[in-house]
Write a protein that binds this ligand. Structure first.
Ligand SMILES: [Zn+2]
Length: 1151
């Protein structure tokens, strides 16, 4: 194929088309604010001229209306335009527009883009025999033609420059050696923080982090491996420079003894290594058959993922865990020299780090050095660091676009800022997989225990530099599909017989090409209109659906939003009702709209309720709104049809009047009881009557105990924790809401729930309808106007404005050999294949697990096609299609080399969080540990080069699996602390189920930034550090965020000047820990910190709660809960301990 051959194809995608600039991304904006220049997103100009020729009926329309969550927002500019929206998480129309170029200049980047596309993508799409090379003429289609140069630094440079202080060893951590069976050293006491650094681990003074409690793994640590912990001379000043000759002979340790009870393991976070019942998550025989031997093979498809495969099992079997031979468990007699070792090592370990590098490369003598073990602790710096992995990926892969033309290519990490160029496979923003190279056979898959799953975010927001999916209109005939499996036309379909038929890439069935769709093939067998048609050349695109795809064969009406406000005593007294009504007055002008529409097509309605419901007639012809009360809640009906759902502009004055009156009407209410079921029923009935889909926004404060359908009782019982009945806390207490949810889904009635509880209100039950309709849930416990209104209002604004598809059905088709078998997320399923959602917004993901039903072949690979049928916010019925091709392998090493641990963790967390509904939490934890141990053991057995059993060897792509897994195990759902409420756990469980990979990544391993290290003159963030108390210095201020909260931690020794600059007070003691925002102060440090916080808010789908934590203050316990590398107060293991535990588990599997 010649690249020039298709130059004629250029115009369609090409030419900076005014209309494309109009890819208006209005979802955050709805209508432009008055007086705001709207040029960048100029009006949609209709179909591209270039499209009309080659494409039969109407040509492509840009798919309008998806928000750009990532678009940089200038807060300053917002300030002047829309005071109400300062600091909000989503961009208003104006801020959605690219700001004046600053920093990175994209145009030049796009040049590289084009070249990349031309030169590097040789494999093309599997079904096209020729390499998929986009002709030059089509290059303008690339984001290079995007409306304006966009500055991305503020949005994307999330982590700033790599931390210079982080030691570089992790690069080489292809494997590591855990040489010891007696790993019992406590974590380092930290640098200048916490208790005296020289305190021996077993002393009581480490109570918070429980250094004395590290022995759990000690005694049960299996026979000591012959490998010798390498002396890390510099980490251990007393031994500086000496190779530490150590080898523990296997005989030295009896092995596998249960942990001595005297070690203070607390509520054991892990079962004894033997004898504990396990629930193997999959039936496959663990590690049976070593059929796959394996030295890692070279892998052409694997693009630039550092480090080279050879390190996986090459001559470097791995880094020794040097400090492994920590202090023996208390039951052992103290060894001479021991204390000295500790004294020398604690607290000072890190200083000599730079020399680590020198110590490792050699490592040849492991296992051969005689002598007593050096009683060193396992140095946290010698185990895989999430920070390092993130930094490495950013520097290796963040500089060039990720081009999707290559099958099975592993994308950069979610923490890396990169642009995506669609060349035939869906962007990783839409689909991420646990592995991009899947085993050819079921046996292999079972052997590895690596789950095969895709995390799909069908309506994901794209950064403004990337092109939204094109909308293809095939007119009345609708999209072209396979006759048998009904897969949609996609780049992998193979045209044959001169283009008259095509063979399905999913089921191999041959289908006649409809006459209107016929096109000739070129000499490579590719249609000559290949580049003119998104569905032939791109991974993601949309089809306009015909009436056949609509309910009752009728095109849908535009959706409606119904706001339903609890006006019981608590809601009124707290000021909530007034706040909501005030906010609605302005927010109604920002309803989602199609980019080319003057105003939103969404109609609105209002209901208030306590024990009874009040409906409001806000018809435009009325002078005043009218209220109708329904007190018979047992059989809910809607008392008015005409005038309930209205156009905002037409009824503006009546609505404003209503919103003014509601707080007054209920100001003196004494009603404390509420109903809940009838509220949803009312919304549902209203939508039914209006024959449309829609969304209910319910603002609710209490357990619905009033007599009504769906009435609940308080059944909270924390005593059930750690019992077999714990699962009931996660289950709804009645099936009423499940049945209601089913009706809601049938109508396309999505329920978003804003909860303001002062006590238990049974999130597990109230959330059922929200969950099954694809809605969102927000919880503001002990809501206080002063501290929580910003967060609530920002969430509400974003929730109202964000892009959402209604009445959605998603199906994932796969090529022969695998099929989708399991689904996780917020949806309803009435059969085994169709995922139904009353609403699906841009933040929601659906996770799909695949299983083999036949053999796969390396040649043809495996294909996924996700098709989402939905109704847009203007009532247009559409199909969004995402395609992804994966490699298949016959060697396990290929599987392990193309895994994505962040996605794996996302899947495992969801799997576990669902598991708690049916199994004891402990069993779920054990099952997770067991599965991961099997994954790693299989690698060790089949892929790593032979080495001592004492070595822990981790696959490069999974070296963070243990640390992240430990975070999941320690999370509130699986291991709650005493302060975590039942509602909190149900809430988190529900949130995580819909999270994308980036969200779970930061949720389980929060981002910790040293604010005092920030460069106030740059846009970048300070380099993140690892989540451990020992990384904190009492002279610094840190920020920790996990997607739900932002903590600002202030050390006791922070300079007074910094405190003054940030908090506006003169001393540490004067800092108020009740602040919910930082004061606005005119100095560089304050500005910098506030800009960092604003930037973080923009990256998250929820507005995070800001919590100020002073060192040694009570709240610090809460903060420490998020230092996930440390031992947790609730018994969760430290990273170091958990790694040792995993090692033990793996060794058991291998022995
Ligand atoms: Zn087919």
């Amino acid at each position: 194929m010649s690249v020039n051959q298709h130059t004629h194809a250029g115009p369609p995608y090409g030419q900076p088309q005014p209309g494309y600039q109009g890819y208006q991304q209005p979802a955050y904006g709805g209508q432009p604010l008055p007086g705001v220049p709207h040029a960048q997103y100029g009006a949609y100009n209709g179909p591209m001229p270039g499209y009309q020729q080659p494409v039969p009926p109407q040509g492509y329309f840009p798919s309008l209306g998806f928000p750009s969550k990532g678009s940089p927002v200038s807060l300053n500019s917002d300030t002047s335009l829309a005071p109400n929206f300062i600091g909000s998480v989503r961009a208003l129309p104006t801020s959605g527009a690219p700001p004046p170029a600053s920093g990175t200049s994209l145009p030049s980047g796009h040049q590289g883009y084009s070249q990349f596309g031309q030169g590097d993508v040789q494999n093309g799409i599997p079904t096209s025999t020729a390499p998929m090379q986009r002709p030059p003429a089509s290059q303008p289609f690339l984001p290079g033609s995007a409306p304006a140069p966009v500055s991305q630094p503020s949005t994307f440079q999330q982590y700033g420059p790599p931390p210079s202080s982080v030691q570089q060893l992790s690069n080489h951590m292809a494997g590591m050696t855990i040489g010891s069976t007696s790993i019992s050293a406590p974590p380092p006491a930290g640098l200048g923080y916490g208790p005296p650094t020289s305190v021996p681990p077993v002393s009581g003074s480490f109570s918070a982090t429980g250094s004395g409690l590290y022995t759990p793994y000690t005694a049960s640590q299996g026979p000591p491996p012959p490998s010798v912990p390498q002396g890390l001379p510099l980490a251990q000043p007393p031994f500086s420079g000496q190779p530490v000759p150590t080898q523990r002979l296997p005989t030295e340790v009896p092995g596998f003894a249960p942990p001595p009870s005297s070690t203070g393991i607390g509520p054991s976070s892990y079962p004894p290594s033997t004898g504990a019942p396990r629930l193997p998550p999959m039936p496959g025989p663990p590690l049976s058959g070593q059929t796959v031997a394996g030295p890692p093979m070279s892998q052409p498809n694997h693009v630039s993922s550092p480090p080279p495969p050879s390190t996986l099992s090459g001559p470097q079997p791995g880094l020794p865990m040097s400090g492994l031979h920590g202090p023996p468990p208390p039951t052992h007699p103290p060894q001479p020299g021991y204390q000295m070792q500790q004294n020398g090592s604690f607290g000072q370990v890190r200083a000599p780090q730079p020399n680590y590098g020198g110590a490792y490369p050699g490592t040849p003598n492991y296992g051969s050095q005689p002598g007593p073990p050096p009683p060193k602790r396992l140095d946290p710096d010698s185990i895989p660091s999430p920070i390092q992995v993130i930094e490495d990926d950013r520097s290796n892969r963040g500089s060039e676009p990720f081009v999707t033309g290559v099958r099975g290519q592993v994308p950069p990490l979610v923490t890396t800022n990169f642009l995506v160029k669609d060349q035939g496979n869906a962007s990783p923003r839409y689909i991420r997989c646990t592995s991009y190279n899947i085993p050819c056979t079921s046996d292999m898959a079972k052997q590895s225990q690596v789950p095969l799953a895709a995390v799909i975010k069908p309506l994901a927001t794209l950064p403004p530099e990337e092109t939204l999916p094109y909308l293809v209109d095939h007119g009345e005939s609708g999209p072209v599909r396979c006759n048998r499996c009904k897969a949609y036309m996609c780049p992998f379909m193979q045209f044959i017989e001169g283009g008259r038929r095509f063979q399905c890439c999913f089921c191999s069935c041959v289908t006649e090409v409809p006459a209107h769709y016929f096109q000739h093939l070129d000499h490579t067998g590719k249609r000559v209109d290949f580049y003119d048609r998104p569905e032939l050349s791109l991974g993601s695109y949309e089809f306009l659906a015909t009436v056949d795809y609509c309910k009752n064969n009728k095109f849908p009406s535009p959706p409606a939003f119904i706001f339903m406000i609890d006006v019981s005593y608590n809601a009124v007294k707290s000021g909530l009702v007034r706040l909501i009504c005030e906010e609605l007055k302005s927010i109604l002008d920002y309803l989602p709209r199609e980019g080319n529409m003057e105003e939103s097509a969404i109609r609105v309605g209002f209901v208030t309720y306590n024990k009874v419901l009040h409906f409001y007639n806000v018809k435009s012809s009325l002078a005043q709104p009218q209220m109708m009360v329904v007190s018979d809640v047992a059989d809910m009906f809607v008392p008015l049809l005409d005038g309930f759902l209205v156009n905002v502009n037409e009824s503006r004055t009546v609505i404003a009047s209503l919103l003014d009156q509601i707080p007054e009407m209920f100001a003196d209410t004494r009603e404390t009881e509420t109903v809940f079921g009838p509220v949803i029923q009312a919304g549902l009935e209203a939508l039914k009557a209006a024959e449309c889909a829609g969304k209910l926004f319910i603002f609710h404060t209490s357990l619905p105990i009033a007599e009504a359908p769906g009435k609940l009782k308080n059944r909270d019982d924390k005593k059930l924790i750690n019992t077999d009945k714990e699962k009931t806390l996660f289950q709804p207490q009645t099936s009423f809401y499940n049945n209601l949810a089913k009706d809601c889904v049938a109508q396309g009635c999505c329920v978003d729930l804003f909860l303001f509880p002062n006590q238990y209100l049974d999130v597990a039950t109230l959330g059922v309808v929200t969950y099954q309709t694809g809605g969102s849930i927000y919880k503001y416990a002990y809501f206080q106007l002063e501290t929580d209104q910003d967060r609530f209002l920002n969430d509400l604004r974003r929730d109202v404005q964000k892009e959402v598809g209604f009445d959605a059905v998603m199906r994932v088709r796969t090529s022969t050999g695998i099929r989708a078998t399991d689904f996780f997320g917020a949806f309803y399923m009435s059969n085994t294949t169709d995922v139904e959602m009353a609403g699906l917004d841009c933040d929601k993901t659906i996770t799909v697990e695949f299983k083999h039903d036949d053999k796969l072949s390396e040649d043809s690979g495996a294909l996924l096609q996700c098709a989402l049928l939905y109704t847009s916010c203007a009532g247009q019925r559409r199909l969004r299609i995402h395609n992804l091709s994966l490699n298949c392998c016959t060697q396990l090493a290929d599987l392990y080399r193309n895994c994505e641990t962040d996605t794996l963790i996302n899947y495992l967390a969801k799997y576990a969080y669902r598991g708690v509904l049916n199994s004891p939490v402990k069993a779920v934890r054990d099952s997770l540990i067991n599965q991961c141990a099997q994954i790693l053991a299989c690698y060790r057995k089949n892929c790593a080069s032979p080495s001592s059993a004492g070595q822990l060897i981790l696959p490069e792509c999974m070296k963070l699996l243990p640390v992240y897994l430990n975070c999941v195990l320690k999370s509130d759902v699986l291991q709650p602390g005493p302060e975590v409420t039942t509602d909190d756990r149900a809430y988190i469980r529900q949130l995580v189920t819909s999270m994308d990979v980036a969200e779970t990544n930061v949720f389980f391993y929060p981002r910790l930034l040293p604010l005092t290290k920030a460069d106030v003159d740059s846009d970048s963030l300070p380099a993140a550090i690892r989540n451990s108390e020992e990384r904190l210095s009492k002279g610094d201020i840190y920020l920790l965020e996990n997607g739900l909260n932002i903590f600002v931690w202030v050390g006791v020794n922070v300079q007074q000047g910094l405190i003054q600059n940030l908090f506006g007070v003169s001393s540490f003691s004067q800092i108020s820990n009740t602040l919910s925002t930082l004061p606005v102060l005119e100095n560089p440090f304050s500005k910098k910190v506030r800009s960092i916080i604003d930037m973080l808010h923009l990256q998250r789908s929820r507005y995070m709660k800001l919590i100020i934590v002073k060192q040694e203050d009570k709240l610090e316990m809460l903060f420490k809960h998020f230092l996930v590398e440390d031992k947790s107060l609730t018994g969760g293991a430290s990273y170091v301990d958990f790694l040792c535990h995993m090692h033990k588990e793996i060794r058991q599997l291998l022995s």
